[in-house]
Structure formats: C-alpha cells, structure tokens
Design a protein around this ligand. Sequence first.
Ligand code: ADP
Ligand code: MG
Ligand code: MG
Length: 205
Amino acid sequence: MGCSTADVVNAVRAMAVVVAAHRDELVDLDRVIGDGDHGENLKRGFDFVVSAVDSSEVDSPAAVLKLVAKTLISKVGGASGPLYGTAFLRAATDLEEVDGASVAAALRAALDGVVARGKAEIGDKTMVDALLPAVEAAEAVKDKSVAEVLAAAATAAETGAESTIPLVARKGRASYLGERSAGHLDPGARSTALLLRSLADSASA
Ligand code: ADP
Ligand code: MG
Ligand code: MG
C-alpha cells in the first residue's frame, strides 16, 4: 500500500471482504459465548461502510477512517459497533502522514479509545486481548515500513486472540456465562485479528 486516500479506501474495502468471508465463523463463535450476532453485526456494518465510501467524497486517509467510524457507530447494534467505531475514530485523530510511526500511534489511539469506552483490561476475554499486544508489537517496530508495522501487529493480534480461549470473560455478554465462558475463542478478539491481518495484507500488496 502506498498511503494515498485511495489506498486507504481500498484497504477498507478489503476489510469488508474479509468480514463477509468470516461472517459465519464469527457468528458461530458468538453463538457459543454470546448471542450469535457478531459476524452479522460486523458484516452489516461493513456493508454500510462500503456504501458510505462509494457515495462520499473523502479527501484524506483520516477522513476515510472517520467515515468508517461514523458508519459503524450509527449502523452496528451490539457492543462491537461503538467499540470498533471508537477505534477507527481515534485512529483518525492526528493521522496526517501515513508512515510506520504514525500507524503505530494510530493503533495506540484506537486501543485507548476501546478501553475508554469499554473499560476492559487485558485478560478480560475481549478484543483488547488482541488489540493491546498488537499495539505493543507495532510500537516495537515503528521505525520500519507501514507494511512491517501492520504485519507485526496482525501476528501479535492472532496470538492474542488465541490467548482468550482459556480465559473467563469479565466484560460483555460472555461474562454472563462466568466460568462456562472458558475454553472458547472470543469473537471480538478474533475479528480484531482478522481486521489487522487484512490491513497488513493490503499494506504489503
Ligand atoms: P454484543 O455482545 O452486544 O452482541 P457483538 O457480538 O457484536 O456485540 O460483539 C461482542 C464482542 O465485543 C466480544 O466478543 C468482545 O470481544 C467485545 N466486547 C464486548 N464488551 C466489550 C468491552 N467492554 N470492551 C471491549 N470489548 C468488548
Ligand atoms: Mg453478540
Ligand atoms: Mg448482540
């Protein structure tokens, strides 16, 4: 990915394709420890996102991310819409140039937004368990290219998502299950890993 507005729009479109391809998987994960709508929530949200980018004039990478944020916040029911929306909104703040350091900073801002909104800590079995290690991995290589920063983030998010399996959920619907939530992958951590891998793939294409 170069880092023009068009590149960011293409990366957003690619995320929508990934979300659609993994809709059923995310629904199945959420059926086990939640209410079975995570894949549909995200797919609907990203369908609206694609319509929004098709019908809007966006003139900067930050403007694209703000449009994504606004759309997810307004169109996605459930916990994940406002959380991902906040993540995209915060990522857009201060994103003027797109280089490795600014992408790492944008990921940190996204995490801070998710935590401010949802109050989850590491180990609570949420998307934070994927996003926090992703941010740390990104920051560790922030002097490298955007593609390398995002690849490090995606790999750490995948490991972080897997780490949710044994955990007992302490936030979100899965927390209603108590100990019975243990032994299952958290759907939001999985979707975070999928989104970051998609971004990394777009950046290295
Ligand atoms: P809902 O639970 O309202 O049906 P979704 O199914 O779309 O919403 O999203 C569920 C995911 O949201 C969970 O798997 C978890 O990763 C994430 N989540 C829920 N509550 C929080 C929170 N307070 N902080 C961070 N992530 C959360
Ligand atoms: Mg759900
Ligand atoms: Mg729901």
